[in-house]
Design a protein around this ligand. Structure first.
Ligand SMILES: Nc1ncnc2c1ncn2[C@@H]1O[C@H](COP(=O)(O)OP(=O)(O)OP(=O)(O)O)[C@@H](O)[C@H]1O
Ligand SMILES: [Mg+2]
Length: 228
């Protein structure tokens, strides 16, 4: 078991109004799964993703990530766990504009203190895996949207984290490119064994996952498992 969440609650208070963004969410993800979390705008998807990704902490409940109890982890420990355990993929790619594709992929490895030679090897390996090694010296604005997302996926993969979290990874892409990126994620899951959790509001995207969780008003309401 890679992820175990039990009775996670998260509430925001804004201008005297309380918003229960997550209500007693329990969730388990096994190593090697590809899980889609689908739900309408405002249902709590990003809130859940932020907690899964150790970018935020819940008000109550327990979260065990790769056998580590996250409740007790302090801010600086969370940053280390985040860097080692999780690769993030975002809707807007979040690449640094002044760095080349290769430099963007290398960056998280620099933070980890990985020596230059190994860094280059791993980063080139990741770029090859996602099919954009021939664009390594391009800046983000010299790449297509699909290529930028591939570079972002390579960046998430380079550190070889046990978990990849993707928040609307195809949200900024056209239908065809979106299918290509989803095919790539599916391959990474099936052939390389990466555990992937992705958020989407697109049913077609969710269909590619091995399991679908639906979230509505902060509650996980339905779990669909594929039979094939
Ligand atoms: N920092 C915050 N302060 C106050 N309320 C917040 C905050 N962040 C989110 N919320 C509220 O919590 C609820 C869940 O928000 P969340 O961002 O998790 O939704 P979402 O499912 O990701 O939506 P979308 O599909 O639009 O991205 C919403 O009602 C939102 O208005
Ligand atoms: Mg969101």
């Amino acid at each position: 078991m890679l992820i175990q969440m039990k009775d996670i609650c998260k509430k925001y208070v804004l201008g005297g109004e309380e918003i229960n963004a997550l209500k007693d969410v329990s969730l388990e993800v096994q190593k090697g799964e590809m899980v889609a979390i689908i739900g309408p705008s405002g249902s709590g998807k990003s809130t859940l993703m932020n907690i899964l990704g150790c970018l935020d902490v819940p008000d109550s409940g327990t979260y065990i990530l790769d056998n580590l109890l996250m409740d007790t982890a302090r801010e600086n420990e969370l940053a280390v766990i985040r860097n080692q355990k999780i690769g993030f993929i975002f809707q807007q790619f979040n690449l640094l504009n002044k760095l080349t594709a290769l430099q963007n992929v290398e960056l998280p490895l620099i933070y980890r203190g990985i020596p230059a030679k190994e860094r280059l090897q791993r980063s080139m390996g990741a770029l090859k895996k996602v099919g954009v090694a021939n664009r390594k010296d391009h800046l983000p604005n010299e790449l297509s949207g699909g290529q930028q997302q591939r570079v972002a996926i390579a960046r998430a993969l380079a550190g070889n984290p046990p978990i990849i979290l993707a928040d609307e990874p195809t949200g900024a892409l056209d239908t065809k490119t979106s299918q290509e990126v989803m095919t790539l994620l599916k391959e990474l899951n099936e052939q390389q064994g990466h555990t992937i959790i992705l958020i989407t509001h697109d049913n077609q995207v969710a269909e590619l996952a091995s399991r679908i969780l639906r979230i509505r008003d902060g509650k996980i309401t339905e779990v669909g498992v594929r039979n094939d």
